[in-house]
Design a protein around this ligand. Structure first.
Ligand code: AMP
Ligand code: ZN
Length: 115
């Protein structure tokens, strides 16, 4: 995808603070962190979101990277939350599949009211 920001990060065309990378996935710091640890994991291949007929091997790669990122960021012991915003109601803003890894503090128990 020529016009996709996360494809450009995966290709090294836009800089990011990389936490972990292998042939299939890349994890990097969210540019606008919402909590002390806020890292994104993406497959290097472009899929719009988790509803985009993503092969199970790709999903496996992305989700098995969660634990690696949690260890690298030092949040494995205390716990963390993963989120994959999907589509408009979830307010997905970057349409390249990504998983947010959120932690480094005691997280709010539930989401607030819609704004
Ligand atoms: P979502 O709302 O789930 O689509 O989240 C997209 C996330 O990508 C947001 O948390 C943004 O702060 C983050 N983001 C957007 N552009 C970049 C970028 N160039 N580098 C790192 N994170 C980004
Ligand atoms: Zn993309």
């Amino acid at each position: 995808m020529t016009d996709c920001m996360f494809c450009k990060i995966a290709a090294g065309e836009i800089s990011a603070t990389v936490v972990y990378e292998d042939d299939d996935v890349i994890a990097f710091e969210d540019v606008n962190p919402q909590v002390p640890v806020h890292t994104l994991i993406i497959p290097k291949q472009h899929y719009a979101n988790i509803g985009d007929d993503v092969p199970s091997e790709v999903l496996g790669k992305v989700f098995s990277t969660v634990k690696k990122v949690a260890e690298l960021k030092g949040i494995e012991e205390n716990g963390y939350r993963i989120v994959a915003n999907t589509g408009d109601d979830a307010r997905q803003t970057v349409h390249h599949l990504h998983v947010h890894v959120l932690g480094g503090m005691r997280l709010p128990i539930r989401m607030g009211p819609a704004d």
